[in-house]
Design a protein around this ligand. Structure first.
Ligand SMILES: Cc1ncc(COP(=O)(O)O)c(C=O)c1O
Length: 481
């Protein structure tokens, strides 16, 4: 196989076989010469499955739908065989000390980190815009989060970056803090100064965990932001299935090169939380994504995604009434995540016009704008079509609809917290009408997905400000006292 040389951001010149993927290779061999199997899954390589389902996913996918431990593929827990080789290659690519493959999304990566390293009653600093899985981690462990508020980008109705000084103030004032947990980038692509944040954490001797779910491409291209793995983070989570080209639910959990975390504890937590029947298809898709991204082909795909994003951003922001986050401002964003708004339309309305009139589906919509991803799989022609649609919508008269205006997305309020998430979650609760919940203590996590950031935390006092953001709820679970 041809050897190529790929230069990653950590300045290590890694020699890699072009797209060598051991687990994919092993599955290919298995597909060509399968054994006679008497084990799960019971459909036995697609022999016993609904025909229409076979038609949907194709017989080849069923031929290789198996789990670890069978067919000489190796095992996930403990890591062995081709699965271990694939994880080691990923660790080398991402500059980590150890990389774990996860088949249940970054949700499980975050839970394993919480369960693996955080103890009951630990005081931790958590960014308020964290995904609900981080919050679930605090419920599981019983830790006590102090919420770090990112900047509020009020014109866009979203959270922005984390101010390193705010973190330092918190660490200065509370010597008992055991961990700092931040999300970077934000869902809409806003990037924080992780280099400074990491230096502050080191100064106070507190480990840093970075949920970099949306940054799995970063280590493969100089024009993308720096991954926290190269900036001293102790653990980093990557949702390869989001932008890295892996199949849905496939994620990686990395332990930093010089991490002070005990990786045996994290591995143990993973064993407890992870499925005991990991899909080899998902594991192989992680191996394939890593091999693809680190090959010259992957580099070209990322380059195209960046160029397409630049092409679209520049032209879209020149259309009257259209604004693009990060263009004409000093807000730092990942160029491939394009948050856009059109004057006079809510994001939700814009999303529905794109869908109904142009058959275009975007990543998500909020009060103010829509999120468009320039993926490694998108073409320039697709972006030209999107640009034409945005231009037409901005010029034509598309009045907003009042019922859509009522859908509120994310309150940027400082949470008024009176008990720990775990204490609140396990308290005696009752359901009350949301209007009657004002002044009471929330007992549940309410988070709209995407982006999965909680509107209400368990243990937080419910205020009138929250109510417009709870349009999907008629009742809320509150503490019964
Ligand atoms: C920042 C962040 N972390 C974690 C997750 C959870 O990832 P998954 O859906 O892969 O479980 C998400 C999902 O949207 C996310 O946005």
């Amino acid at each position: 196989m041809e050897k190529i040389s790929v230069s990653f951001k950590n300045n290590t010149e890694i020699k890699t076989d072009n797209a060598y993927a051991p687990l994919v290779q092993r599955l290919l061999e298995y597909k060509k010469s399968p054994c006679t199997g008497f084990h799960i899954p019971g459909h036995n390589r697609g022999n016993a499955i609904l025909n229409s389902f076979r038609e949907v996913i194709g017989h080849d996918a069923l031929l290789v739908d198996t789990t670890d431990e069978f067919d000489n593929l190796g095992t996930l827990h403990p890591a062995s065989g081709a699965i271990k080789e694939a994880m080691d290659l990923a660790a080398a690519c991402y500059n980590s000390r150890r990389t774990f493959f996860i088949t249940s999304g970054s949700t499980i990566s975050n839970l394993a980190l919480a369960f693996g390293v955080i103890s009951p009653d630990d005081e931790i600093i958590v960014a308020r815009n964290s995904h609900r899985s981080v919050l679930t981690g605090t419920i599981l462990t019983g830790s006590k989060p102090s919420w770090l508020m990112p900047k509020k980008l009020n014109d866009w109705a979203i959270y922005g970056s984390i101010c390193p000084d705010d973190l330092e103030d918190k660490l200065k004032n509370n010597k008992k803090v055991k961990f700092v947990w931040v999300t970077n980038p934000t869902y809409e692509g806003v990037v924080s100064d992780i280099k400074t944040i990491s230096a502050i954490c080191r100064k106070y001797n507190v480990p840093l965990i970075v949920d970099e779910a949306h940054g799995s491409l970063w280590n493969f291209h100089d024009e993308l932001p720096e991954t926290a793995l190269n900036l001293g983070a102790d653990a980093v989570v990557h949702s390869l299935h989001k932008t890295g080209g892996a199949m849905t639910q496939a994620s990686m959990l990395h332990i930093g090169k010089n991490s002070c975390l005990d990786e045996a504890k994290i591995e143990h937590a993973l064993k407890l939380l992870h499925t005991t029947s990991p899909s080899v298809l998902l594991l192989a898709s992680l191996d394939a994504a890593r091999a693809n991204l680190s090959s010259s082909q992957g580099y070209n795909l990322i380059q195209n995604a960046i160029e397409n994003a630049r092409f679209f951003r520049k032209r879209a922001s020149m259309i009257e009434g259209v604004s693009v986050l990060g263009e004409n401002s000093n807000i730092k964003t990942d160029v491939t995540k394009i948050f856009l708004k059109i004057k006079g339309l809510t994001g939700k309305r814009l999303e529905s016009v794109l869908e109904l009139d142009f058959n275009i589906e975007i990543e998500s919509a909020s009060d103010e704008g829509i999120l468009i991803l320039s993926n490694i799989g998108n073409t320039r022609a697709e972006f030209e079509y999107l640009l034409a649609a945005i231009s037409k919508i901005a010029k034509d008269d598309y009045p907003d609809l009042s019922h859509l205006e009522n859908v509120k997305f994310m309150p940027l309020t400082e949470p008024d917290v009176v008990m720990s998430p775990r204490e609140a979650y396990f308290s005696n609760k009752i359901r009350v009408k949301k209007e009657d919940a004002i002044g009471k203590i929330s007992a549940e996590v309410i988070a709209l997905c995407p982006p999965g950031i909680s509107v209400l935390l368990p243990g937080e006092i419910i205020k009138a400000d929250h109510i417009p953001y709870l349009s999907d709820y008629s009742e809320i679970e509150v503490i019964n006292n």
